[in-house]
Design a protein around this ligand. Structure first.
Ligand SMILES: CC/C=C\C/C=C/C(=O)SCCNC(=O)CCNC(=O)[C@H](O)C(C)(C)COP(=O)(O)OP(=O)(O)OC[C@H]1O[C@@H](n2cnc3c(N)ncnc32)[C@H](O)[C@@H]1OP(=O)(O)O
Length: 718
């Protein structure tokens, strides 16, 4: 709703009230219309201020209402009512003016912002366009290039930038509402002819055609199949080719197409999923709202390789004192230099103070004795990690949380090396650790709720999206990756090339295909793990070379590693690069010949595999594992899996995540295809449909928010 008051006798103040961000729900829109009419009809009122309760102007349309039937007054006429008013209306922008919130402000005659406010049109991130006049008013106000940039990226601008661009008229360090009231008094009675943005002429410039062409090229390149950015450009284009009223019609038309699209549903689902994962729970009943995190002031990182360096940067930037340990002096010095550079670049980029003095470097593990939390980030070697956990258990003060950055090893095995297994959790960062937003927080069967809560809270402090997951091989992300990778290898055996598989996945929207990712992260990483698991049998021939434990196995990755082809770092992998460390992947004739020779050796007849089969086999095997993970209670809900895949594995956000995608395709369809492929490849375990997907499909495929009801609660783990 909206609250009306009169200030200083002549200023009508309309306060939006819809916590936490004063989103424009039906009730708020009704409140605005009612209070505007009141302000306009009271003769004593000479001007109006619109503001939001609790220091937040408005977070935009109420996204929760998007799924329901439209009630209350629509936004566009409501904003026209404000703009057409004969009394000056001033927006007092505190906190945020986003989406419909900024469009509302653009309908006002003046805008005053607090210096800490953020303004933007982030609709594109929800699969939409600014459909309440934003695409027509903003270019008229600030010009096409700046409007295009803000609308197609959805980026939030600071108040200072908004002032520079001409979006706001004044910025204040004090109360924006007080400033707006004063301002409203000063403009009472003045002509509003030049203040109604919809009446501004169409933006003109001789290079507009070029600007739009460039913008369209850029969004097509970066959108990876997302339709909203492209549609945003089309809507802004209407602002230069059509008069305002016609432009609004075009905006409405384009908005309606997006509004009902699967991509908009996926992005809106993802918006709430990313927020829902902070409300974690475990099968034993531990929960985010009943588990208190411990205070952490001092943290330590053991091992300053690529991951340890990124983790140290993240901790320092979160304001913690950090002890960074690397036992070899030379490596310690190298790491120190590298970390300082990373901090410097990051401080420059983010415009924040340098956090270099937060980190103390040391050669001795003893230096972590008084840390509240230690993150071990050494090589992925269980024996080494065990030794470190034994050491830490003896060195650290009582109550220190011991975390491991393993990407898939058994947390409980490490916990059992310590005297306090309840204080051991996994903190699985993703490379580069100071950039990637995802953190898998892994609880073992003995981790305490308090330890889990502390690690989750630490992730948040570091600006990460933390997802709590149970302990199993590979946790959620890497466990699901295994059947996906496996299918990609099998496709090569059956006749595909790495380029073909990657193209299909990139067309789907992945930032990189599976083979390019493998080259980037290093083929040797998986090879080491497979060796440790006893899967690598050098020189094996005949049928046994492609079978492990009764199931189909592809040794292709092992064979490449035996040739020293580790990917980008060696200049050769699934692709070739111009030099070791090169970034541009080129098809490699050697690899094609090697595949032919391999197929001939194993009596495999290459066939033409269509795109659909490549996509289905890779994705459905991954999704099937996701259902198994839900059934095993490793992830509490499909949202957890989807957030992990979008933030950690390049799954296209506009497809919502693998579990959402499965729902969109139709669980019965996914099940039917899995059954088909399992029949064709009975020796591939990953294609055998998991019982949860069967159960859901048999129950008429309920919507994703109801899947949890169908998951059998596993026995207590904590
Ligand atoms: C018919 C339509 C016609 C015209 C087009 C207009 C379209 C729109 O306006 S679409 C909405 C555009 N606005 C946004 O995209 C803003 C989305 N919100 C945010 O970016 C952030 O929430 C924030 C910057 C506003 C605040 O961030 P922060 O302080 O970090 O809090 P949270 O993100 O955790 O949010 C708190 C809480 O609020 C819920 N919420 C936020 N925005 C909205 C919204 N617009 N509608 C409904 N609910 C919103 C958010 O989900 C959190 O609640 P939960 O934790 O319960 O999920």
């Amino acid at each position: 709703m909206a609250f009306y008051s009169r200030v200083s006798g002549s200023v009508g103040v309309i306060t939006l009230q819809n916590p936490p961000v004063n989103a424009l729900s039906a009730a708020v829109r009704q409140g605005i219309v009612d209070t505007m009419h009141r302000a306009l009809s009271e003769p004593e009122v000479k001007s109006v201020v619109i503001c939001g309760q609790n220091g937040k102007f408005c977070g935009g349309a109420d996204i929760r209402e998007f799924g329901a039937n439209m009630r209350g007054p629509p936004l566009v006429p409501m904003i026209h009512l404000i703009e057409a008013a004969e009394k000056p209306v001033v927006a007092a922008i505190e906190g945020v003016a986003l989406g419909g919130g900024l469009e509302l402000a653009l309908g006002c005659h003046y805008r005053i912002a607090h210096s800490k406010a953020r303004l933007g049109l982030p609709e594109v991130t929800l699969g939409l366009l600014p459909g309440a006049g934003g695409t027509q008013r903003l270019p008229r106000l600030i010009g096409v290039p700046a409007a295009l940039e803000l609308i197609t990226t959805g980026r939030h601008a600071t108040a200072a930038e908004a002032l520079q661009l001409g979006i706001v008229d004044e910025v204040t360090d004090h109360s924006a509402v007080d400033a707006a009231v004063k301002f409203a008094q000063s403009v009472a009675g003045k002509s509003l002819d030049a203040r109604r943005i919809s009446t501004y002429p169409r933006p003109r410039s001789p290079d507009l055609a070029e600007i739009f062409e460039k913008a369209m090229k850029e969004v097509r390149r970066s959108a990876r199949g997302a339709i909203a950015p492209v549609t945003c450009v089309q809507a802004v284009h209407a602002s230069v080719t059509l008069p305002y009223a016609k432009g609004m019609e075009r905006e409405r038309e384009l908005f309606s197409t997006l509004f009902t699209s699967g991509q908009a549903h996926a992005l809106q689902y993802y918006f709430f999923a990313q927020r829902a994962v902070s409300r974690w729970s475990t099968p034993s009943g531990a929960r985010w709202d009943t588990s208190k995190p411990r205070p952490v002031h001092k943290a330590a990182v053991i091992g300053l390789g690529t991951m340890g360096r990124g983790i140290s940067v993240s901790l320092a930037q979160a304001g913690l004192s950090v002890v960074a340990v690397e036992t070899q002096e030379k490596q310690l010095l190298e790491a120190k230099q590298a970390v300082s550079g990373m901090l410097e670049r990051s401080a420059k980029r983010r415009g924040v103070p340098l956090a270099d003095d937060k980190i103390k470097y040391n050669c001795s593990v003893q230096a972590v004795a008084d840390a509240d939390l230690v993150i071990e980030a050494v090589f992925e070697d269980m024996a080494l990690k065990k030794t470190i956990f034994q050491q830490l258990s003896g060195i650290c003060k009582p109550g220190t949380l011991l975390c491991t950055n393993t990407s898939g090893l058994d947390i409980d095995e490490l916990a059992s090396q310590t005297q306090s297994p309840e204080l051991v959790v996994g903190m699985h960062f993703f490379a580069p650790a100071h950039v990637m937003k995802l953190l898998e927080v892994v609880y073992g069967p003995r981790s305490s709720p308090e330890a889990l809560a502390t690690a989750m809270e630490m992730g948040k402090k570091m600006g990460k999206v933390s997802v709590a997951v149970g302990n199993c091989r590979g946790f959620v992300g890497n466990r699901m990756l295994k059947p996906y990778l496996e299918q990609a290898f099998f496709l090569l055996e059956e006749g595909a090339t790495p380029e073909q598989v990657d193209q299909v996945l990139e067309e789907f929207g992945f930032a990189m295909g599976v083979f390019k990712v493998s080259d980037l992260s290093g083929l040797d990483v998986g090879w080491k793990v497979r060796k440790a698991d006893g899967l690598v049998v050098p020189g094996s021939t005949g049928k046994s070379a492609r079978i492990r434990g009764g199931s189909r196995y592809s040794p292709l990755g092992d064979l490449l590693c035996e040739q020293g082809r580790f990917g980008q770092k060696t200049g050769r992998g699934w692709y070739q690069y111009d030099k070791p460390g090169g970034r541009v992947a080129k098809p490699d004739p050697w690899l094609h010949g090697f595949l032919e020779e391999y197929r001939a050796r194993h009596g495999l007849v290459a066939r033409r595999i269509d795109h659909q089969e490549m996509l289905e086999r890779c994705l459905y095997a991954l999704i099937n594992e996701g259902f198994q993970i839900l059934q095993d209670g490793i992830a509490a809900g499909p949202e957890d899996i989807d957030v992990i895949y979008v933030l950690g594995y390049g799954w296209p956000r506009h497809r919502g995540g693998p579990m959402f995608y499965a729902g969109l395709v139709g669980l019965d369809k996914v099940l039917e295809r899995l059954e088909h492929y399992h029949q064709v490849y009975p020796d591939v375990l990953g294609l055998k449909p998991c019982s949860l997907i069967r159960k859901l499909a048999a129950s008429s495929s309920p919507p994703i928010h109801r899947w949890r009801e169908f998951i059998q609660k596993p026995r207590s783990q904590l």
